[in-house]
Every structure is written in C-alpha cells, then in structure tokens.
Write a protein of this length. Sequence first.
Length: 294
Amino acid sequence: MPAREEKHLELVREAEEALKQGRYEEAALLMQRAAAYSGLLGDMERFRVFMAKAGEFYEKAAERLWRTEGSLEASLLYIKAAKCYRDAGRREPAEKCNLMVQKYCKAMRRSPRLEGSALDLKRIGDFLKDRGDLEGAGDCYRWAAEKAEKEGKLVLSGGLHRDAGNCRWLLDEVEKTAEEYSRAADKYFEAQEYFEAAWHYSLSGFLLILEGRFKEASTMAQKAGVACLEGKIPVLLGSMSRLCGYLSRGNLYAARREWFALRLKVKAEYAQLIERCFRKVKQALKEGTLQKRW
C-alpha cells in the first residue's frame, strides 16, 4: 500500500478515536488532513466525504461551546465548519453554520464584549465582509484594532483600522473613513512603519478636504510630511503630502503644479479622489468658506 494511502487511513482512524472521546475539534482537524491526502491521491469523492465529516465535527464542537457560553470561540468553529461544508459541496449545512455566526455577531454589536484576541475579532470581521455586511465588518475591524493595540501589536492595529476605513469607504461614509485612516496612520507611525503612516495620513487629509475640514486636513498633511522625513520616503509620497497641504490651504496654483507632475503616477481611484478635492477647494474659495494660505 502506498505511503500516502497508509497515512490517509491512519488519520481517519485517529479522527474516529478522537470523536469517540468527545474531542470534536481535534477529530475535525484530523479529518481535514485526511481529506487533504485524498485530494493529493486524486480521490475527490473521498475528499468531499471527509471534508463533510470535518464540518460535522467542527459543528459539534461549536454546538457544545454555544450551549455553555454562546461565545466567540463557538462562532469561530462555526466559520470553520461552514468552510468545510462548502468544500464538500454541501450548501445547506454551511448556511446553517453561517446563520449561527450572524446570530452571535448581532448580539455582539448590541453589546460589544470584545472577547478573544484581535485576530479572532478580525476573523469575524472577514466573515461579515464576505457576507456583504460592511457596517458590521467595519465595527469588528475597529474593535479588533483596539484589542490589537492593547496586545501591543501596533502594526496589526494599524492594518485593522485601515480595514475598518476600507469598509466605511465602500459605504460612502467619507468622514468615518478619514477618521479610521488617521487612526491607522497613528499606529503605523508609532510602529515606525513610516511609508504606511505617510500614505494613510495623506488619504485622511484628502478625505477631510472633501468634508470641508480644511484645518484638520492641513494637520494630516503635516503629519504625512513628518512621516516622509522620518522614514526617508521616496518622492511620490512626499508629493502627495505636499499636494494635500496646498489644497487644505487653498493654494490652487501650487497644488496644480504638484498635481501635474504626480497625476500619471497615481491609480485611477485616487486620481478621482484628488480631482474631487480640487473641485471642493475651488468651491470653498468661491464661497469664502476657505481663505487662501501660503
């Protein structure tokens, strides 16, 4: 018998033994490994059977935790169960598990407990984002960012605030997006990730310009400039921070000059954002709500 076939059968036996002893999560993991070996052998029928079994075992583990705690850990196991079921081609049980996670998420959003680690909360955020619940995902990413900061993981905290901001941007919540990007930049700066700090300070600044918060946008531009100096950042981000500063002060002449040299190097979505900023500043100068400052 080929070594892979022997290994595959050994894993199945170990999974069945773990199941008898009520070690459902361990049994599920062993069944996933057996499924992986089946896939390597090209036996896709067994692959689907074993993945379905793994889903059942994860679901059993989740049910046991849910009855006693209704916890985040149970929801994470339901997410694993749903993935196994999907890989096995079993949509109905996968959807049943998804609904249990959503039930937990609704309760958590009504009364945030922030249990588990930052990465646990991130997984819940990823689940909600995949389900199209951008508002819920944004909340989870923000909670995860706060937890990551408490855990001393500043780069992770910055990335999670960025993810929260991305959700708010897709919801067209410009002010909240700017705030999340600013928080992301602060964490990146503190972690000495100066490139990411400069980029997100600049993005926050442009978004604040759209909101007519020119003084705060100017502060973001200054912070971006400091990050560029601290990290010896290449020319592109230095130009972005200067452009943000010129626009926030109503200096359209200098802004256009900077933008002329920069626009071909910027992605279309960011170019559109900056063009909107030009229109906003022009309108504010005309209405007298922004006074030009050099």
